[in-house]
Design a protein around this ligand. Structure first.
Ligand code: HEC
Length: 503
């Protein structure tokens, strides 16, 4: 079964049926694949085709509405009958499509590949689309990135820098090593650029005349949702006060605490954090403290929500939510970074509540090594931490946290029979991008397996972010101290009492 949504004149997007990603009970669900490797968003040549009634059509005539869907299916295959419409619903609602390509389990259709003559890469047909698919969600006016990539002038102005970041592999921001066997990425939010897209962008930048091509072939410009990308929140919780961010120097972490007044427990199915001045907010860790619980600080607590550049909103899969107990206090641990002028900042947390009780509750646990000690001038100091898994743990994503001396991070699973498996390898850690790595299918870490975390730190002069190579560095809150936390988000049946403690 194959879905194709054609959005504009001969622009093709491929959607294979996609049952809910993240529902741990389904074992034969289609797996999310790399949209860019499959050509999602690429321009295809206009085609004529006959419908079932024998009428002749062209793609270009049909693509006038909000899109059209071509479903190709074997009429006799028993497996391919379950169609799911998440992608179409999201597209019609103007929301980003959470899974734009998946594998299609079932009976394979045998298509002959069509091979056309090679044509020069042009701006309107190719480059603008690649940028739109991979860069523009951050690089647009008012986006989080410093310049737009949906305007030709700006693309030309930054062509050299674009080539550099593509060659270095630093944009789009994605730091997990690709699987060693060359297989598909295990992560649903892997935004690394496909090989062909990268080659085409570089070829266009390197070409003598950077051909623009036919403006008729330009993609329909993206529009961006209103202020809240998750939709209008049911509740908006501002910080207790505005913070004044000085023009330069280092700001100590700020902790703001807000007491909620909801009379009953709430299940949160989506959240978003919107700073009032984005350029001074580096990252924010939000924690929820049930009434009576003391506010602990030190960093290894289990975060409830997180804000990092490019990742400030979260919508949980259907049936999954996070709990906000009645009367809970919410603390915001904020890393402000001065931007050259004095700025006042007061961010808001927007929450959307689930209409009914979820089946599964999302939780976080942090596995930390508080005893780390990094000697002066060491360029590759290794710290490890091993933690037994006390029960079958259904993990949805991983997030590694270190500070500016962090160089590399690894999560390995040692199965009960001793077999070792690499879960996540971050060979070049970047403090600026505290990324979540979302598994395509939740991973069950079996009871009595062990999680081994390995962190590498660079405390040498060679690390340009290093504030002081002559210092022995220990655990601490500030960015000039260090941390080593491997966060895991996991699901349990909603309402389960027992909890994992931060280690
Ligand atoms: C998740 C959001 C996001 C995506 C996706 C993204 N960028 Fe960026 N980009 C940023 C941010 C934020 C910065 C500013 C980083 C900083 O100030 O350190 C940036 C900076 C850059 C820079 C300047 C960096 C430098 O070292 O000079 C270039 C060039 C760039 N991006 C190109 C791209 C291209 C090309 C793509 C797509 C192939 C892309 N970006 C995708 C967020 C993004």
């Amino acid at each position: 079964m194959l879905f194709t949504i054609v959005r504009s004149h001969a622009l093709i997007a491929l959607f294979l049926t996609c049952p809910l990603v993240g529902a741990p009970t389904r074992t034969s669900a289609p797996v999310v694949e790399s949209a860019s490797d499959l050509g999602v968003g690429r321009m295809i040549a206009d085609q004529t085709f006959k419908d079932l009634a024998g009428r002749q059509h062209r793609f270009s005539e049909l693509a006038k509405g909000q899109g059209f869907v071509i479903a190709m299916s074997s009429a006799t295959c028993p497996i391919s009958k379950r169609y799911l419409f998440a992608a179409i619903t999201e597209m019609l609602a103007g929301r980003p499509i959470s899974a734009s390509a998946t594998s299609a389990p079932g009976c394979e259709l045998d298509f002959k590949p069509s091979v056309g003559p090679a044509v020069a890469t042009t701006y309107h047909r190719d480059v603008a689309r690649i940028l739109q698919q991979n860069c523009v969600r951050c690089h647009h006016d008012d986006g989080i990135a410093p310049f737009p990539l949906d305007e030709l002038g700006s693309v030309k102005d930054h062509a050299k820098a674009i080539k550099r970041v593509l060659v270095e592999g630093t944009m789009p921001p994605w730091f997990a090593a690709p699987p060693k066997d060359g297989g598909p990425s295990p992560f649903a939010n892997d935004c690394s650029l496909g090989r062909k897209d990268k080659a085409d962008l570089i070829a266009w930048i390197d070409s003598k005349d950077r051909p623009l091509g036919d403006p008729e072939e330009a993609p329909v410009p993206l529009t961006f949702a209103g202020e809240w990308s998750i939709g209008q929140p049911d509740a908006i919780i501002p910080l207790s006060k505005a913070y004044v961010i000085k023009a330069s120097g280092v700001m100590p972490y700020q902790t703001d605490v807000v007491t909620t007044t909801f009379p009953e427990d709430k299940w949160v199915k989506a959240y978003e954090i919107i700073p009032s001045a984005r350029d001074v907010v580096h990252h924010v860790i939000v924690m929820v403290h049930p009434p009576g619980a003391k506010l602990v600080s030190g960093g290894a607590e289990n975060y409830w929500a997180i804000y990092v550049p490019g990742n400030s909103a979260r919508v949980f899969d259907d049936g999954i939510a996070r709990k906000l107990p009645a009367g809970a206090r919410i603390s915001f641990q904020i890393h402000y970074t001065p931007s050259g002028k004095i700025v006042e900042e007061r961010m808001r947390l927007g929450l959307i509540f689930a209409k009914e009780a979820p089946r599964l509750e999302m939780r976080t646990v942090g596995v930390a090594n508080h005893k780390l000690s990094i000697p002066p001038n060491a360029s590759a100091h290794v710290e490890t931490k091993t933690q037994r898994v006390p029960f079958d743990l259904t993990v949805t994503n991983l997030l590694a946290h270190m500070h500016v001396r962090g160089k590399a991070f690894k999560y390995e699973l040692i199965h009960p029979d001793g077999r070792e498996e690499l879960l996540l390898d971050i060979p070049h850690y970047d403090f600026n991008w505290q990324l979540r790595y979302d598994f395509k299918q939740p991973r069950v870490l079996p009871r009595d397996s062990s999680l081994r975390l390995t962190a590498v730190y660079d405390n040498s002069v060679g690390n340009r972010a290093n504030p002081d190579p002559s210092k022995t560095v220990n655990w601490g809150q500030q960015t000039y101290d260090e941390m080593m936390i491997g966060y895991l988000e996991y699901v349990v049946p909603a309402g389960q009492k027992s909890r994992l403690k931060a280690r």
